[in-house]
Every structure is written in structure tokens, then in C-alpha cells.
Design a protein around this ligand. Sequence first.
Ligand code: BYC
Length: 493
Amino acid sequence: MTTGEVRTADGDIVGAAPQPDGPVSVIDYTERIPNNVGLATDRRLQRALESWQPRFLDWWRALGPSLPTKDVYLRTAVAIGRDGWASWDRVPMEQYRWGIFLSERGEPRQIGFGRHKGEPAWQEVPGEYRSELRRLIVVQGDTEPASVEQQRHLGATAPSLYDLRNLFQVNVEEGRHLWAMVYLLHAYFGRDGREEAEQLLRRHSGHPDTPRILGAFNEETTDWLSFFMFTYFTDRDGKYQLGTLKESGFDPLARTCEFMLREEAHHMFVGTTGVQRIVQRTAQLMAAHGTDDLWQFGAIPLSVIQKYLNLQFSLSLDLFGSETSSNAAAYFTAGLKGRWMETRRQDDHLLTDATAQAPVVADGMLSVRPVPALTALNLDLRDEYVADCERGLRRWNAELERAGVDERLVLPHVGFNRKVGTYAGHFISPGGELLDQVGWQRQAADWLPTDEDRARVAELMVPHYEAGSFAGWLAPPAVGINDLPVEYDYVRF
Ligand code: BYC
């Protein structure tokens, strides 16, 4: 790989896009819908997608970023190599070229797990798994526009042009990820696929009658602290879910998700560094003034950062579904959804005889019980995710340590504030103590953001639109985008 790209210890990618060294299919940008799936040779599919395109643009205008801009310095995929490749330019956001890109595969793939292990990967949808596959694609697709809707108004309060640009980069790529799922629905699921594609634009985040499918995508992203926590914790669920779909026996889904993961890495970089820059400023002020009451200095108290973290982590854990799930077992056995790093796992990739320990809450205690490993695959993925989340915490805590502050951020217990799975309906403290409802609610204001916390954070959310100017509640980034200076005017009005 020829690259100006740097991969951090967390696997996040920063710096310039890599040059491809594997097979490359250049994307035809003279097409109305840029793609590397040979759309021009399939007129029916092309027409169907071209009729969906204006509806997508209507949705983008109505529910995409609300801040009017002239252009934004954006990365656009222009070719697909094994390592991906992108161009960077100032682009009027509405003219961003949302397209359909699948990773190239060097060699024909075999299904790597489940009942069909060893068979050639499917190039068409197997009839017996049609509805399960469609469901997975619809759930994945539903999250993409949902996050754009949740972040719609954040542009009005951006802490800098650098951050504003990152928000818009995330938004256009989530829009592209919607295109990726809509392509699969149109190309492989006939009329019901087209209907599902329509529904993806009809459900709206937080709508009382037509909400988005998964809980976390109906919550409001109220401010930039919430946005950075979202891109850290919730986009990271995206990384893990896409990582399991990348293993799918349905080859077009696997290849789509593989390419999406490249773009997704930047989203998590935004979250990791966004929270880090906030913690950096908070730590400096705590060290200087010997107090956590930082509102008076125009910054966010560490205790409030911890509350936002508690909330977003718990909402994101709900996205893994129940710890034991017959759906998850069925997806795996059918070869539709694998495990994280499936190919590197040292077992039979069938799991018919394996067991796992799943949590239980019974008799006033938290404990575990043995269950068939096949049913515990949501838990398996969630455990991988939690370990990854810990890495960001270490990075943020290093800022506190560097500033000479004793306090630390911590991940709350996985049972804290849960609405899905074993812990739902139980009252567990961030420290992992099982409480009664009254006891829990008495302390909830210490654990989760209160209306007052949100109001005070909102007071700090004053836009900084001059090039090189940054809000005082976070540190400027160490480097700019694609080797440009931090002070570059990444967004023009
Ligand atoms: N909220 O057997 P269970 C991303 C439903 S994020 C509401 O425990 P299963 C992104 C569940 O659908 C990644 N409902 O769960 C990030 C099921 O309903 P049905 C998105 C929920 O099926 C940031 C029932 O409860 N991708 O990409 O094993 C920005 C029983 O559930 C929730 C995916 O999620 C919930 N939280 O697993 C932009 C991958 N949880 O089917 C983008 C595709 C569960 O009985 N989805 N339910 O009517 C899946 O693999 C699975 O659907 C889930 C659930 C992991 C979500």
C-alpha cells in the first residue's frame, strides 16, 4: 500500500487516503449514479435506482444538514482498490456524488461458518434465507439516514470549521451507506426490496408514528459532546456489526460492508479525538483551578462528560440485541452473519457443541449461566465491542494523567441503564450494584445527563465559523485534514 495514511493503535485511520495496490475498478463519474457494479449494463436496475435518487435528494434537503453552506472540503471515493482510494476537494454538499461501491475480491470466496461452511459464497440471495437477509439489510440501512437526521442541526453550533467539516463528512458518508443498502435491496430483492427502500426514507428518527427501528437512533443528539460520544460509541457498534456482515455468505453484502468499513474508520476517529480534545481542555482547567466546576471557565466538568459517556455507552450496548438470541443463532447457522474476525477464530466455525456463559439477574444477584454458544453470539460481539471501547478510555485518561489530575473516566457496568436484554427492567448502578427502583432513581441525576446539564452544555455551544478559531471548551486538533493546516477554511459559506 502506498500511503500517507497513519493507522492509530485503535485501528482508526488518519491522514491522506491510501493509494491502491490491489485490483482497481475506477468509478465512472459521468454516470448519474457513480458505481462499480456495472449499473449501465442493467437498465432496469439503473432506472429503479434513478427513480429513487430524487427521493433521496428530497430527503437530504428536508432532513439532512440544516446549515446552508457554499462548499465543504470533502473526501469522495473515486476508485476501489483493496485499500480504497479517495479524492479530496471542495464540494457543494448537494453535489456530493453518492455512489455504489463494492470492494473488489481477488479470489472467489467460500462461506466461512455455519451449515454452508466451505460452499462457494452466494452471488444471489438463497430463497430459504431471503426474509432474514432482507431484515438484516433493512436494519443496517435504517441506521444510516437515522444518524444524519439526529445530527441535522449540529452545524448551527459547530466549535470550528474543522469540526463542521468532519460532521458533514460523516453525514455524506452515512448517506452513501444508505445508498449501499438500497442498492442491495433493489438489485436482489425485487418488489419488496424496492418497497423497503421507500420505507427507509419514510421512517424518521424520533417520529412518534414512524420511528427508526433501533432505540439509539431515536434519541436526540442534542449537542457536540453528545455527537462526539455518538461517533465514538454508536458508530463503533456500526464497525462491529459491519464486521460481522462482512463475513456473510451473501457475497454482495460482504463486499459492500467491507468498503463501508473503510469510511467508517474516519467516523470513529472523529469520536475518539473529539472526546479527547474535550477531556484535554477539561483536564488543563481542572489542574489550573483545582475544581471540577468548570462552567465558570467556559468548559465542561468531567462529571458531566462521564454522564454523557454513561448514557451513550448504555444506549449503544442495546444495539447488540439480547445476550441470548435465537435470531443470532439462526443468522450464524445460515451463514448470513458471522462473528467478529471469524476467519481468525480457532474453532470449528459451527459452534453446534460449544457453550458460553451468559449473564442472569436472579434472586437479587448478578450471575452467569451456561448457554449454547450459538445463542450467545450477540454477547460475543458485544464483549469484543466493550474491549474496544476500553481503548478509547485509556487514551482519554492519559490526558487526565498528563495534566496531573487524579480523576478518571470509566465505562459503566454493562447492565447499567439497559432497555434491551437480560438487564432490561433491572436497576443496576454504573458500579454494577443491583438496586431497587427507588434507590436507582434517587441517584440517576448523578449518573445520566440532567436537563440542567444539557442546558449548561447548550450554553457553551456557540458557533465558531472563522478559519482557525476554536470554541474554548475543547482543544484544537493536533493536525488538520489530509495534511492541510488546522486553520484551513474547510467550510465556506
Ligand atoms: N432497539 O433477538 P434479539 C450503524 C429487536 S449501527 C429496538 O435480541 P437480534 C451506524 C430485534 O430487531 C449498526 N429493537 O436481537 C452507527 C428483534 O426484533 P424482530 C446497525 C431491538 O435480532 C452510527 C427483537 O428485538 N447494524 O451501522 O439477535 C451511525 C429480538 O431481538 C433492539 C445492525 O444492527 C434495539 N436496540 O439482534 C450510522 C446489523 N435490539 O426481528 C450507522 C443488523 C433488538 O424479532 N442487525 N431489537 O422483529 C442485526 O444484526 C440485529 O437486528 C440486531 C438485533 C443486532 C440489531
